[in-house]
Design a protein around this ligand. Sequence first.
Ligand SMILES: [Mn+2]
Length: 456
Amino acid sequence: MKIAVLADLHFPDDPPLMHEDVLQQSLQICRDTRADLVILAGDMAKAGAIRAGDRMIREMKNLPCPAIITRGNTEEEIPGFEEKISFAGVYQSKDVEVFSLETLPDAPPPSGKFRILAAHRPMEAPAGVDLVICGHKHRDIRENKLEAVRGLDPDKVLGGPPAVAFFEIQNNRVCRTEAVLPGFSIDDWSREEKETLFRQIGVAVKVNAAEELRRAEELNVPKVEILHKLSDAKSPAEHYLQTTKGEISIHLPDISFENPDKAAEIVRWGTDLGATRFTAHVPKASLREMLDEKNFNRMADLYAKTFAAAPQAVFGIENMHMRDGETEFERRFGYTPPEQLQMIRAVRARLPEQKIGAVLDIGHARNNDVFYPRYSLSQWYEMLKGEIVTMHLHQVSDADGVKNHTPITGWYQRLISLASFIKERRSGNFAEAALFVECRGGWESTYQMFRKELQG
Ligand SMILES: [Mn+2]
């Protein structure tokens, strides 16, 4: 008796190709391995996504084997979902029976069969239940009578790439295995591919130009991004360039109506330093201001004027995230992919000869309050496809209020899992982009983590 378990895909109504692929591949794995039963252990559809919920149910009905579906917390927010899954609540074989949380009787009488409960959240096995199979935590857990699976979401999966979990029940014993979805691990990469990625990773120098550039030089880091505030960067930058033949990028100050010439001055300062790449934020202006076409055009003119100060350089406009106290409508412009793209295209139209694209800061995309549930990292990658010239890499933390720029300690961590990054990078999206480790407490631990992973 072989059970396949799918969980936590968070499939939206308008899915990115990434999630569509994961769904198709998972279903194919269930067919190819001839599972006797498939369990959907909850959160397969995104909160409120009625079409996605219907899609999951339809896919289960089309499988060549029976299905058990249980609701996750996201599906509790899908109206009518519970009624629609009543067809898939109980399964009986000769020696195994499976219930969902919705169908398990209060005090189930002994049946002599191995009794499994499919739930979404990890829980203690109720009386008479031999095993609880669940998801929700996005990581694998194996405890007495409890098996949690890390599931399928390439933006959230912890400790390993997305996988379909299998449970084989024989003579009341449980054997657990898994089928990892292809493309989400650098273990599949050749040495050359890993080395190429590693040579794209640079560091953001933010505090001490002399010390950090000296260390970057020592480690032969191929590119650095220097914060514009480090006014004493000139001689350490020249030394870094001479020794490493690397690349220098400058992180510009905000471009704003209040201080229209400052950024262009910094572009000239950076060019003097030898910089060939620049990062600008989205405009420091409210959404309300930017919705006025006159203001939008004035702002695009300001960007064009700034960028024109270094015609040969690569310019990127960075996404930002919602800040404390802002509401969805009373906020700054530029927290969504369409807003970022709108500004990039407007500036590009003014400077058609220049290389202008997006800086995708994955931490900001992740730590974006109401917009993250709408635009997952996969959706950012897909919507900015072909536009990304630079990326900022850092982890975020919610331990003590949400913080940005914390170190990345591995590929599959909370709150940012890089499974989707691995797949997108290998498929050619942002293959040319410069990637800067941008951590507040220093970049070295994250940089060394990438070195260990990519150079062995
Ligand atoms: Mn950034």
